[in-house]
Design a protein. Structure first.
Length: 451
C-alpha cells in the first residue's frame, strides 16, 4: 500500500507496552555509539596540533587542525539536520560517522604526503563525527516522555565520559602501532579513529531500528507525517515564534562558548604560573569530569525542578567558575576548582537547554531546530576560541574570564524574564501547558516511556 502524498513510509506506532522497551533499546544503542564515537574523537584530536606542526613545518600553524575540525562540525550540522528531517536519525548519524572516517583517512594521507591543505580538509570532514556525537543526545529525546526528556539526554551525554577519559590515553599506543611503517606515527591515531567511526556507523545502521525520530512522528499523528513544516526554513520560523526556544538556543550557545574560550587558554595560564604537564593534565581531567560525569544529576534536576531553574544554575556555576579561574593566579587548587565548576556549568546549560529546545518547538520542526542549535553553538565556540588567544595575548587570562562571565548576562536576563512570564513552567518540567506529556507533541500521554 503506497503512502499518502506528502507523508513518510513509517511503521505503525508501537503499543504503549512496547514503547518503554523501545526507548530502553534506543538509549542502549545510543549510549554504545557515544562510547565508541566519543573514543574516536579524543584519541586523535590530542595529536592534531602536533601533526599540523610536522606537516606545515611551523608551530605557528599548529592550531589550524583543531580549528578546521570545529568548523567542519559546525558546517555539517545543517545538512545533517536536513537529512534527519527527511529520512530520520539513523541515515544522518551513519552518514556523519562515514564522513568522519573518510576525514580521518584523508588526514593519514595528508601526513604521508606532507600536504597541509589536504590535512585541513581531512580535519574538517573529521568534525562530522563530533556532530554525530552531539546529535545523538537529541535522538535520545525523541521517544522520551516530556517529564523524563532531560534525563534521557543527560545519560547519552554522560556516556561521552568514557571516550573523553580513555581517548587521550590511547593516543600513544595508537601511534606506536605504526612504528616502522610508511604511516607517520602521529597519524596512527587517525587510522584507529577511522576504524572506530566505521564500527560506530555500522552499530547504528544495524541496531537503531525502528528509527526513533520517525517513530515519534508516527506517535504524533497524521499532522506530523506531512513534509510541510519540516524544512530548515520551518525550523528557523519555529525558533523565531517561540521565546522559550530562543532562550534554549542562547543557553547552549553561550554555555558552550564560555566553556571553550576559558578552557582552551587554561593550560597556558597554568604554565605561566609554574604548573607542569602532569598538573595541567589533572586540572583538565577534573574539568572533563565536571562536563560529563554529573550530567545525569543535571538531567534529574531539569526534569524535577524545571528547565529554567537549571539554566539559572548553569549561569551561576559558570559565573563562579570564571571568578575563581580568573583570579587564581599561582593558586593551582583554585584553578582546578574553577575548571571543575566550568565543566559542571556547561553540563547544566547543555542538558537543560537541549531539553528546553526540544520541548519548545513543534515535533515536525525539531530535527531542523536541533541542527540549527549545533551550528550556532559550534560556530560561536569557534569564534570564541580564536578570540580567546587574542585576549590572552593583548590583555590577560583574568580579562578573558571577565569577558566569559559577561557573555552570561544576556542568558541570565533572558531566563529571568521567561521565568517571570511563565512561572509555572519554571517550576515544572518546562513543558508548556497543553503540551502532550508523551514523546512528542500530539502524542497520547504515556505513563513512562524512558524508564
Amino acid at each position: 500500500m503506497s503512502a499518502a502524498p506528502g507523508t513518510d513510509r513509517t511503521a505503525a506506532p508501537p503499543a504503549p507496552a512496547d514503547l518503554a522497551r523501545l526507548q530502553r533499546r534506543t538509549s542502549a544503542v545510543l549510549i554504545a555509539s557515544q562510547v565508541l564515537g566519543g573514543l574516536g574523537v579524543p584519541i586523535s584530536i590530542a595529536l592534531a596540533p602536533v601533526l599540523a606542526t610536522e606537516v606545515s613545518g611551523t608551530e605557528a600553524l599548529s592550531g589550524l587542525a583543531s580549528t578546521a575540525s570545529v568548523i567542519g562540525t559546525a558546517l555539517i550540522s545543517l545538512p545533517l539536520a536536513a537529512l534527519m528531517t527527511a529520512r530520520g536519525r539513523r541515515p544522518g548519524l551513519v552518514l556523519a560517522y562515514a564522513i568522519g572516517a573518510a576525514g580521518a583517512a584523508l588526514v593519514v594521507l595528508a601526513a604521508t604526503v606532507r600536504s597541509l591543505p589536504l590535512l585541513l580538509l581531512g580535519m574538517a570532514a573529521f568534525g562530522a563525527a563530533s556532530s554525530a556525537n552531539l546529535q545523538a543526545r537529541f535522538a535520545a529525546a525523541d521517544l522520551a516522555a516530556a517529564d523524563r526528556r532531560a534525563r534521557a539526554i543527560s545519560v547519552v551525554v554522560w556516556a561521552s565520559t568514557i571516550g573523553a577519559v580513555l581517548g587521550p590515553n590511547l593516543s600513544a599506543p595508537a601511534s606506536r602501532s605504526f612504528a616502522g611503517t610508511s604511516i607517520p606515527q602521529t597519524a596512527g591515531p587517525f587510522v584507529w579513529a577511522a576504524a572506530v567511526f566505521l564500527l560506530t556507523g555500522a552499530l547504528i545502521a544495524v541496531l537503531l531500528r525502528p528509527d526513533p525520530l520517525l517513530t515519534a512522528r508516527a506517535l504524533a499523528g497524521p499532522e506530523a507525517q506531512t513534509r510541510e513544516g519540516r524544512s530548515l526554513r520551518a525550523g528557523f520560523a519555529a525558533v523565531k515564534a517561540s521565546p522559550r526556544a530562543r532562550l534554549a538556543l542562547v543557553t547552549v550557545t553561550v554555555s558552550h562558548t564560555t566553556m571553550v574560550s576559558i578552557m582552551i587558554m587554561t593550560p597556558m595560564d597554568l604554565g605561566h604560573h609554574g604548573a607542569g604537564l602532569e598538573l595541567i593534565g589533572l586540572v583538565i581531567s577534573g574539568h572533563i569530569a565536571g562536563m560529563f560525569a554529573f550530567s545525569p544529576a543535571m538531567g534529574f534536576l531539569a526534569d524535577r525542578l524545571g528547565r529554567l531553574s537549571v539554566i539559572g544554575l548553569a549561569a551561576g556555576l559558570l559565573s563562579v567558575a570564571a571568578l575563581l579561574a580568573g583570579t587564581a593566579g599561582p593558586s593551582h587548587g583554585q584553578s582546578a576548582l574553577g575548571l571543575f565548576l566550568l565543566g559542571l556549568g556547561w553540563s547544566a546549560g547543555m542538558v537543560s537547554g537541549s531539553a528546553l529546545l526540544t520541548d519548545s518547538v513543534p515535533q515536525p520542526a525539531r530535527a531542523a531546530v536541533q541542527g540549527l542549535s549545533d551550528l550556532t553553538m559550534n560556530a560561536a565556540a569557534g569564534l570564541g576560541g580564536a578570540a580567546a588567544g587574542l585576549v590572552m595575548a593583548r590583555a590577560s587570562y583574568g580579562w578573558l574570564n571577565a569577558i566569559g562571565a559577561g557573555l552570561l548576562l544576556p542568558m541570565a536576563a533572558l531566563a529571568l524574564f521567561t521565568a517571570r512570564r511563565h512561572p509555572a513552567q519554571a517550576a515544572g518540567s518546562g513543558v508548556p501547558s497543553g503540551s502532550a506529556s508523551g514523546p512528542s507533541a500530539g502524542a497520547a500521554p504515556s505513563k513512562d516511556v524512558s524508564s
